[in-house]
Ligand binder design. Structure first.
Ligand SMILES: [Zn+2]
Length: 222
């Protein structure tokens, strides 16, 4: 891997404590982390008796033998930041999609909470180990699923107060081409404004999802 002709073997980790140990101190060069679970970390876990698509988040107890997404993110960052030339990391909170296909309100909130906590873990890493003048963070999705906010017209979520599910209605069980939020912060992020040359009558200027990678590629060449 390092070009010195000496093999750099993979270290395979499986257990939550191994992922947690990866967050601090020295790390192996190459790590493959594979939690002991059949599919997804938590979203596809067995439902406790009585759980429905309208149940509150965490109605069914979480599986304790898997790491969380933020724990995996912090460990991955501590491995990748050994490279003095920098690094690229793509992190997916993928089960937001599955929860939306199944129109599961509580489990979608769980998955979004896990994803937000993963973003917080990245921000904490940048502010402690790097800075926004050399690192860019992009937060977005690759598509919308479930049409949670309607289409035409836009249907806002309703805050029903603490401990209550928000007013939320899925209008689809599939992917849609609805515009989705795009956030970018840090080095080079202002250049995305140049790509926002198309206009939606409700949302305003937008970029095509293929243009996200185009700017990343340009910045790599720089
Ligand atoms: Zn999907």
């Amino acid at each position: 891997m390092t070009g010195d002709k000496i093999p750099d073997p993979w270290t395979v980790i499986r257990d939550p404590e191994d992922f947690r140990a990866l967050q601090k101190g020295k790390t192996p060069k190459r790590v493959l982390g594979c939690p002991r679970i059949y599919e997804t970390i938590q979203q596809a876990r067995t439902a406790r008796n009585g759980e429905s698509n309208n149940s509150l988040p965490y109605y069914s107890p979480l599986i304790q033998t898997v790491p969380s997404l933020p724990e995996m993110v912090s460990g991955a960052l501590n491995v990748l930041d050994n490279n003095s030339k920098g690094f690229f990391i793509m992190i997916e909170g993928g089960a937001t999609d599955w929860a939306s296909h199944s129109n599961e309100k509580g489990r979608l909130i769980e998955e979004m909470t896990g994803f937000f906590n993963a973003v917080d873990a990245v921000v904490a890493w940048v502010e402690k180990n790097s800075n926004w003048n050399e690192t860019m963070l992009i937060v977005t999705g690759d598509h919308e699923t479930g049409l949670l906010w309607g289409e035409k017209p836009f249907v806002p979520l309703v805050d029903n107060g603490k401990g209550q599910l928000p007013g939320m209605t899925f209008y689809s069980r599939d992917h849609s081409n609805s515009l989705i939020p795009f956030f970018a912060k840090g080095a080079g992020s202002e250049l995305y404004k140049n790509f926002a040359d198309e206009y939606d009558s409700i949302r305003g200027p937008f970029i095509q999802n293929s243009e996200i990678a185009q700017l990343i590629h340009l910045l790599w060449l720089k």
